[in-house]
Design a protein around this ligand. Structure first.
Ligand SMILES: [Zn+2]
Length: 289
């Protein structure tokens, strides 16, 4: 068992679920939503819904309605208004300006064909003169010796190993859009959120986002990564891979399946309604390894 925040902690708990509007909720995204919801409610915390809509080319019309409808059908009601990342992107530009002033960024003209392993720059763009008029992305330099591991609330100590060290990565894309890593690093940091609970497939991203938070002197939230849901072939369920939308006509079954996946105590059979299942799940929520 890891330590969980309690209502007695000096900092009130603020958590969130942050889907991108790229399709309806599926069994995997329900698990991420459910875990972050239960963790927040168990700690008497707030739980917000943030739509990560900074990538318009990937957006699918009707997704926000489908996602909010599915969350509501499963009793996962969020606090406050929906928050859209796209509503205000000046903070991303300000952060890029700060990173530029600190000498942390470089222009990279790599295309998919010239990228190195794991998507890093493949032609030493850092040492080249690349004009602002030339198509380019902006990458942040990384310094492994300055990176810190962290304690994941679900997985335990996460050390900085060769395979976890992020290489120079993109913070502004070649097409002019802000990169997911930049937006998430800023919007997940305190004081916006104190606790981030999400799928373990994002562990790699957490290293990148923590690096940006470190450079920008933002206080990192506590991170916890829960097991992702796999399909029969062992691949992560994803909208891109065409995972089936949740059947919202059977929310009780979906919730019970999600709780099983998260290793939680099964609600008694007397808990029949969505509200009864969630009440039990909030009370008995445990963060374990
Ligand atoms: Zn490059």
């Amino acid at each position: 068992m890891s330590t969980v925040a309690t209502a007695n902690d000096p900092t009130p708990y603020r958590g969130r679920f942050a889907p991108s509007p790229t399709g309806p909720l599926h069994a995997g995204s329900l698990v991420a939503a459910l875990a972050s919801f239960l963790d927040a409610r168990h700690c008497s915390g707030a739980w917000q819904l943030r739509v990560d809509d900074i990538d318009p080319p990937r957006a699918v019309a009707g997704s926000v309605e489908a996602i909010t409808g599915a969350l509501s059908a499963h009793g996962l009601f969020w606090d406050g208004p929906l928050v859209f990342q796209s509503a205000s992107d000046t903070r991303y530009e300000r952060a890029l300006q700060r990173l530029t002033n600190m000498g942390c960024l470089f222009r990279c003209r790599c295309t998919r064909a010239t990228l190195s392993d794991r998507g890093s720059c493949g032609q030493n763009c850092e040492d080249r003169e690349i004009s602002s008029g030339e198509p380019h992305s902006l990458r942040v330099k990384t310094h492994p010796e300055q990176m810190h591991g962290f304690e994941d609330r679900f997985l335990g100590i996460q050390s900085v190993f060769a395979d976890t060290i992020p290489k120079d990565f993109i913070v502004k894309r070649r097409d002019g859009l802000y990169a997911y890593q930049l937006a998430a690093a800023i919007d997940d940091a305190q004081p916006h959120f104190t606790h981030i609970v999400r799928g373990a497939d994002l562990l790699d991203s957490t290293y990148r986002q923590r690096w940006l938070q470190q450079l920008l002197k933002l206080e990192a939230p506590a991170y916890g990564h829960v097991p992702v849901v796999l399909d029969e072939a062992g691949n992560k369920l994803s909208k891109q891979a065409g995972a089936a939308a949740l059947d919202t006509r059977q929310p009780e079954d979906n919730l019970r399946a999600g709780l099983r996946h998260l290793g939680q105590t099964a609600p008694p059979s007397s808990a029949r309604s969505v509200a009864e299942i969630l009440t039990h799940a909030v009370e008995y929520w445990t963060v374990g390894k």
